[in-house]
Ligand binder design. Sequence first.
Ligand code: NAD
Ligand code: TDX
Length: 339
Amino acid sequence: MTIIVTGGAGFIGSNFIFHMMKAHPEYRIVCLDKLTYAGNLSTLKEVLDKPGFRFVKADICNREAVYRLFEEEHPDVVVNFAAESHVDRSIEDPSVFLQTNIIGTSVLMDACRKYGITRYHQVSTDEVYGDLPLDRPDLFFTEETPLHTSSPYSSSKAGADLLVMAYHRTFGLPVTISRCSNNYGPYQFPEKLIPLMIANCLADKPLPVYGEGLNVRDWLYVEDHCRAIDLIIHEGHVGEVYNVGGHNEMRNIDIVKLICAELSKPESLITHVTDRKGHDLRYAIDPAKIHGELGWVPEMKFQDGIKKTIDWYLTHRDWWEEIISGEYQDYYQKMYGNR
Ligand code: NAD
Ligand code: TDX
C-alpha cells in the first residue's frame, strides 16, 4: 500500500506520518509538502532516511508536479492535510487560502481520477459548521449540521468539502471526509493558542487573550485524531463524513491559566487584547457516528495531554526557538504589536 500524505511537514500531517509508520511499517508513505512558513523539514528528520518513506517538495496546486508524482508512485490512498490553517492569517489575506485549500484540493482529486486510487481522504475541520451559542451546552455539531462558516479560512475548507462530495457524486471518486475539533500536541506551529502561550510564558512575555477569553474550543490530542483518520481510510464508508472530537470543551482563559500554573508563571502575564473579527463562540463535536460505526474513542485525557505537550515544548526548544527567531517576529509584531 502506498499513501500520499500532503502537508506532512506540518503539525497534524507529521504526527500522522509517525503514527502510520509505526502502525503500518509495511506501507510506503510519500509526503508531498510545499514547505510554507508552517512546514518544517526538520520535523520529519527521524523518518527522512527510513526505507518506505519519501519526501517531495511541491505545491498541491501545481498540476504538473502532482501528476508526475502520481505517475511515479501509483498511490492507493491520498490523505490531504495540506492547507493554510490559521484563521487570523485568513483575515489578513484570504487569497492564498482559496488557492491552496480549494484549488489545491481539486488538483489532487483530478490526479486521483486520472490515475485511479482506492481512497481520497480530505482532512477537514469542525469550523465548517460555524459556531454554537455559549448558553446552549446541549447543542453539538453532527454530520448533518448545515455548513455555516465565519472566516475566510473556514469558508475555504467548506468550499473544499463541497467539492470533495461533488467529485464523489459526479465522478464516483471514492472519498471520505473527517471534521475534527481543535488539535494540540507536539510540533504545533507557535502561532496557535497553546504553543503561543507556552512560548510566551517561558519568555515571561504578555499572554494575548482575545476579548474576555470566554470562547470555547473542543480540544483533542493530535494522536487521537491520527488514529481516527487511520481508521476512516481503512474502515470508513465511501462518501461519508465523520466528525472527530473527544467532548473536551474548554474556555480559552482557562487553558491559558492552566498553562501559567503548569509553568509556575503568574496570571498577571495575561493581557486581554482586541477580539478576533467574526470570532466563533463555541465549537463542540458530537462524535457518536465515528464511535458507533468505527469504534473510535479518544485515548488521551486532556489533563495528561496538556502536561505531555508542555513537556514536549520544554524539551524541544530548539525546534520552536528556531521558528520564532525568523519571519515569525514580523508576523507577531504585525498581529499583536498594536492590538
Ligand atoms: P499546519 O499549518 O501546521 O500545516 C500545513 C502543512 O501544509 C504545512 O506543512 C505546509 O507547508 C503545507 N502546505 C501549505 N500549503 C501547501 C501547498 N499549497 N502545497 C503543499 N503543501 C502545502 O496545519 P495543521 O494544523 O497540521 O492542519 C492540517 C490540516 O488539518 C488542515 O487541512 C487543517 O484545516 C486541518 N485541521 C486542523 C486542526 C487543528 O487544530 N490544527 C483541526 C481540524 C482540522
Ligand atoms: O493569541 C491568541 N489568543 C487567543 O485568544 C490566539 C492565537 C488564539 N486565541 C483564541 C482564538 C480561539 O478562540 O484561542 C482560540 C484558539 O485559537 P487558534 O489556536 O488560532 O485556533 P482556532 O481559531 O480555534 O482554529 C484551530 O482549530 C480548527 C486551527 O487553527 C484550525 O486549523 C482548525 O481547523
